[in-house]
Ligand binder design. Structure first.
Ligand code: GUN
Length: 296
């Protein structure tokens, strides 16, 4: 079998077009355009690329945005004070603090400082908690984007065994919750593997759906995957490549060539999950502006 491609670039474009239309209608109804405040601390080349993609998407869909660049020497107190000002600013709908933060800052503390009603990343414990108990919440953008891909391609998850490799708060845990939900979407049985998992293959080989978000290039190889499995590769790893102008190539956490021979569906890297993350951020920012999740 050679897998069909889950084209995240295409679905993300459709999603952005939907948001663009909704923003246009929202503004036509007399409302101001949604506003996303990005906070970028220090210098990290990958973060610059991600923030660039988010800013371009905002422009495309009619969302106003600004990036506050702060020095990597900023104290936790100063950063939290900046966030509190944004929380209290009625012209700001969404706040996104790009991660990772410099080592002296706690991401947990900084995320908790954001007003959960403006937490368009869906990282605040209030949003994660509400997601877990099935209440309306902002959903972390990558997991939300994966669910959107399943919906677009009519890939069923009900009663399937979904195995997630990686237990991060941003991807692994929330996608396990969404896939495991008994109401609405999901309805899968889920296994979450992490760095302490013994014999990873014993788990991955039994997966009908395999979501890999471990941040390790080529961790999953064809022989670790069941015939017909749906494979979602969340990894974006820079691997040195002197033949490329930039000096690196982007690869996922799966060895694409061997895994695609076993899978029924697979997301490519790049052009799979990545563009969906950005598109779902646009959706979340519009939801924040409309106060759809947390009405006043
Ligand atoms: N760093 C890597 N992914 C993300 C994301 O989705 N949101 C934020 N804020 N930082 C990130």
């Amino acid at each position: 079998m050679s897998a069909k491609i889950i084209d995240g670039k295409k679905v993300a474009k459709l999603t952005r077009e939907e948001v663009r239309q909704d923003v246009e209608d929202w503004v036509k109804d007399g409302n101001r355009a949604p506003f996303l405040q990005v906070v970028l601390v220090g210098t990290n080349p990958a973060s610059d690329v991600y923030v660039g993609a988010k800013t371009r998407a905002c422009k495309e869909v009619g969302i106003q945005t600004d990036t506050k660049r702060l020095p990597d020497t900023i104290s936790a107190k100063e950063l939290k004070s900046t966030i509190h000002k944004l929380n209290n600013d009625d012209s700001v709908d969404g706040i996104l603090v790009q991660l990772p933060l410099p080592n002296h800052l706690s991401a947990h503390d900084v995320i908790e400082a954001i007003d959960y009603r403006k937490d368009v990343d869906g990282f605040h414990p209030m949003n994660v908690g509400r997601l877990t108990v099935g209440e309306p919440s902002f959903r972390s953008c990558t997991p939300a984007g994966i669910m959107e891909l399943f919906k677009h391609y009519s890939i069923p998850s009900k009663s399937k065994h979904a195995v997630i490799v990686g237990a991060s708060n941003i991807v692994g845990r929330p996608i396990s919750i969404l896939l495991n939900k008994e109401e609405g979407e999901g309805k899968a049985t889920t296994t979450v593997c992490h760095k302490y998992t013994k014999d990873l293959t014993r788990h991955t080989i039994s997966a009908d759906i395999l979501v890999v978000a471990a941040g390790q290039p080529n961790l999953i190889k064809g022989e670790m995957v069941k015939e017909g499995c749906v494979v979602v590769d969340v990894g974006i790893n820079r691997v040195a490549d002197e033949t490329k102008e930039k000096g690196y190539t982007l690869v996922g956490d799966c060895h694409f060539e061997s895994v695609k021979e076993k899978a029924s569906w697979i997301t490519p890297v790049p052009g799979g999950v990545g563009p969906m993350t950005v598109a779902m951020l646009m959706k979340n920012t519009l939801l924040a502006a409309k106060k759809s999740i947390y009405p006043e």
